[in-house]
Every structure is written in structure tokens, then in C-alpha cells.
Design a protein around this ligand. Structure first.
Ligand code: LLP
Length: 420
């Protein structure tokens, strides 16, 4: 459920008509809904066992106002870089609720996280154990770690966002897990507190989670039997969202039941790391139709948003619903279009052969469910400045990140002496 609806024939974000924002900031722009963010967070948290640390995976949407909105509800954060550490701290997430994931943490990043006093490192390799141990000892600290295990489970999602198969770079191989814990236990700079997993993203069935969680529970028992004091479990993120009308991924409550069943009787501090579920349907990307062009084989709707603004369709063959901001009249003519951007790549395609109400130049369209992995994955390709991010709350809206200017991007560069 979200708070983007037609009112009086105009698509609104909560109580704000989207054309009003377009007039104020131009297009394209991202627009997020506070009520939707809050609702998603609350529904998800309520589905978890009491006391669960809901560490929002900030990679999904790192906008400071989005982070702060969630932090105010009690969210923690799952981070993967020192940049995300700085952002979530700026957004008000207490360090005691921060989990540091990722396969390639650098020394400076580990040191910064230790200085901040984060909750836990999710460690993905034996060499990383050594480095965290060394840095913690040098600081006279013990770092709380969980070992992220690769359970070799097929998440049955797009190959580029599947992380729990043995062939993926993530986690410590299932067959090496016990040895890795034995090794970690000997490192005096580490407090080996937990087991972590994360098998992928946009997962639309419960079965892969079920298999994974039961492997985790088994491992906790095996490790305890071997004398390890395992007091924490981190089950990662990955629950999918409906991108298409009619699509019905498992709801948070059935996912929650699975989680409860998995940790039942284990007596552990539980962490989960949802990203997409919280933010995807809380955001839209608004673009203007520049041209409608009839080709020899196809009709193209050319938008002023491109793959640099939203790379998901090009990168993961992702489907996003696209709707006109002005509600089409009943019985309006429908046409089949390729909806594309202005970027000079054939991959700059938001939707192929999409049936839509007839569109014309100047119309605004909304690309839906773009609150996760949208703005965060944007680039300046084709010297296209980053689009602004707007946050709506009721009848108010705020420009939380203004449109980047080309002048700013030019000013950041330096001439080499021989060209100056
Ligand atoms: N925890 C870890 C360790 C992760 O790597 C991720 C996502 C999450 C949690 C959050 O997963 P979520 O609940 O959002 O599924 N750019 C891709 C998605 C990449 C996901 C990367 N890791 C996309 O646009 O589909």
C-alpha cells in the first residue's frame, strides 16, 4: 500500500499534486512519501518478534531525510561503506543500531566504524577477520562480529541480485563455516557473537528464506555445541515488493511468521536488514514526455528521465509501472510504446512494448516503485545532473536534495598544469 493516488484526476503524493512539485523543481525528480515510509516500516517492524533490530539497508535509499524519517521510528541501519556510516549518523541513527555489511571493508572504514561504536560487523571472509582483529586490538577494543555465511540457497531472483549461492562472492562458504568460527574464536580482538545471512533481493517466495533460516538455526546449535557463545542472528533483507499490478509477493506478516518460527527457542538478539520493502513503493520518479516519435517498427515515448536517473530496467530487466500524472479519461485511446530516455544507449529503455494511454509531448508520467535503488544508483552519464529528491508529508513538500547543476560538476574538476 502507498500514498500515491489520483485525486480530481491528478496523481498526488499524499495531499500534494505532483504537477505542483514539477512546476517548483522541474523534471525529472524523485518524490518520496513520508506516510508510506512510516507505514512500511511500522508494518514490517510489527511483524518481527519483539526486540528485533530492524536495520534498514540504507543502500536502498540513502536520502538523509528518508533516513531520519525512519530513524525517528526507531530504525537502525545496515551499511556497506564509511560513506553510508557518515550518512546514517547524520540522519540520526544511533551507532548502537548500526550493522556493517559488505565483502570489501577497507581498514579506514573498519577503524571509523570501531570509533563510532557500531553494533556489529558482518564479516564475509577469513582475511577480514584478521584485519578487524588487528585494528580492534590496536584500539584496545573488542569488535562485535557476526560471520556472514553463504548458505548456498537459490533465492530465485534475478542473477545480478542473488547473493546466497556458493558461486556468489558473498559470505563465508557453508563448508568452511565451522572452521571459520573456530579460527575467529582465537582472535582476542573479536567478540564472535553471531551468525548472519543475506541471500538476495526482490525475493518473491518464502521457500528460499525457509531453507536459509533453517540452515542458520542448525548452525547456531552446532556452534553452541562446539562451545561458541552465539547470542545474535542477522537474517538479512531481501523480501520482494509488488512492482506490477496483480503481483503478490509474501506479505511482511507471513515472512514474519517464518522468522519467528526460525528463531523460536534459540534465544538470540535478532537483526533484520530490509531495504526495498521499506522504500520501493514509497517513491516515484516523475518525468516529462519530450517527444512522441513514430519509428518504422515502433512508437517511442521519449522522456526527460534516462537510465542515468533510474538504471533498474537496463540493469536487471526490471519492470516498473508507468502511469500518466493526469488521469486518463475512461475509454481513452491506448497505444503500445517503447518508453525510453534521452541517453545515447539502446539500453536506455524503461519499458518495451508497453500499452499506455496515448501520450503527447509535455505530459508528465510517473515511473512507480522507484523509491528503492533509484536515486542511489543514479549517475551523471551524458553530463546529466543528478535529479532532485523531494519528500512529501501531508500537504507539505520539501526539496531534500536540490537538482545538481552542471556548473557544480564542472567546478569540481581541475585542469592539469599543461592544459590550464
Ligand atoms: N542486507 C544486505 C547485506 C544486502 O546486500 C542487501 C541488498 C540488503 C540487506 C537489502 O536487501 P533488500 O531488502 O533491499 O532486498 N540494486 C538492486 C538491488 C541490490 C541489493 C543489494 N543488497 C536492484 O535495484 O534490484
Amino acid at each position: 500500500m502507498n500514498h500515491f493516488d489520483y485525486r480530481g484526476g491528478i496523481l498526488c503524493a499524499e495531499d500534494v499534486p505532483l504537477p505542483e512539485i514539477a512546476r517548483a523543481v522541474g523534471t525529472p525528480f524523485y518524490c518520496y512519501s513520508t506516510a508510506t515510509l512510516e507505514r512500511h516500516y511500522r508494518v514490517f517492524e510489527a511483524a518481527m518478534p519483539p526486540g528485533t533490530l530492524v536495520a534498514y539497508a540504507v543502500k536502498a535509499n540513502g536520502n538523509l531525510s528518508v533516513i531520519k524519517t525512519l530513524a525517528k521510528l526507531g530504525a537502525g541501519a545496515d551499511i556497506v561503506s564509511v560513506g553510508e556510516l557518515q550518512r546514517v549518523m547524520a540522519g540520526g541513527v544511533p551507532p548502537s543500531k548500526i550493522v556493517f555489511s559488505g565483502v570489501g571493508k577497507k581498514r579506514a572504514e573498519i577503524a571509523a566504524a570501531l570509533d563510532a561504536g557500531i553494533f556489529q560487523f558482518n564479516v564475509e571472509s577469513e582475511p577480514e577477520l584478521d584485519v578487524i582483529n588487528e585494528i580492534a586490538l590496536a584500539k584496545g577494543q573488542r569488535a562485535a562480529v557476526a560471520l556472514r555465511i553463504n548458505p548456498d540457497v537459490d533465492a530465485r531472483t534475478h542473477a545480478k541480485i542473488s547473493t546466497g549461492k556458493a558461486e556468489n562472492k558473498f559470505g563465508i562458504g557453508w563448508s568452511r563455516a565451522q572452521a571459520a568460527y573456530a579460527y575467529a574464536a582465537k582472535l582476542p580482538g573479536l567478540d564472535v557473537a553471531g551468525v548472519a545471512v543475506h541471500i538476495g533481493s526482490q525475493i518473491t517466495e518464502l521457500e528460499p528464506f525457509r531453507q536459509t533460516f533453517s540452515k542458520v538455526a542448525d548452525l547456531v546449535r552446532i556452534l553452541r555445541a562446539a562451545g561458541h557463545k552465539i547470542s545474535r542472528v542477522d537474517l538479512g533483507g531481501g523480501l520482494g515488493v509488488p512492482y506490477k499490478t496483480g503481483m503478490a509477493p509474501p506479505d511482511p506478516s507471513s515472512y514474519g511468521e517464518l522468522v519467528r518460527a526460525a528463531v523460536d527457542g534459540l534465544d538470540v538478539q535478532l537483526t533484520v536488514e530490509p531495504g526495498r520493502l521499506i522504500t520501493a513503493n514509497a517513491g516515484v520518479l516523475i518525468a516529462e514526455v519530450i517527444y512522441v516519435k513514430q519509428g518504422d517498427e515502433k512508437a517511442f515515448v521519449i522522456l526527460d528521465a534516462g537510465m542515468n536517473d533510474l538504471i533498474r530496467p537496463a540493469m536487471y530487466e526490471a519492470w516498473h509501472d508507468i502511469v500518466p500524472v493526469r488521469q486518463p479519461a475512461q475509454g481513452v485511446q491506448r497505444r503500445v510504446y517503447d518508453v525510453v530516455g534521452p541517453v545515447c544507449e539502446s539500453a536506455d529503455l524503461f519499458a518495451r512494448d508497453r500499452e499506455l494511454p496515448a501520450l503527447s509531448a509535455g505530459d508528465l508520467v510517473a515511473i512507480l516503485s522507484t523509491g528503492a535503488y533509484g536515486a542511489v544508483q543514479a549517475s551523471g552519464y551524458n553530463a546529466r545532473p543528478l535529479a532532485p529528491e523531494i519528500l512529501v508529508r501531508g500537504r507539505q513538500f520539501a526539496v531534500t536534495r536540490p537538482r545538481e547543476s552542471v556548473e557544480e560538476t564542472i567546478a569540481r574538476e581541475r585542469w592539469p598544469e599543461w592544459l590550464a
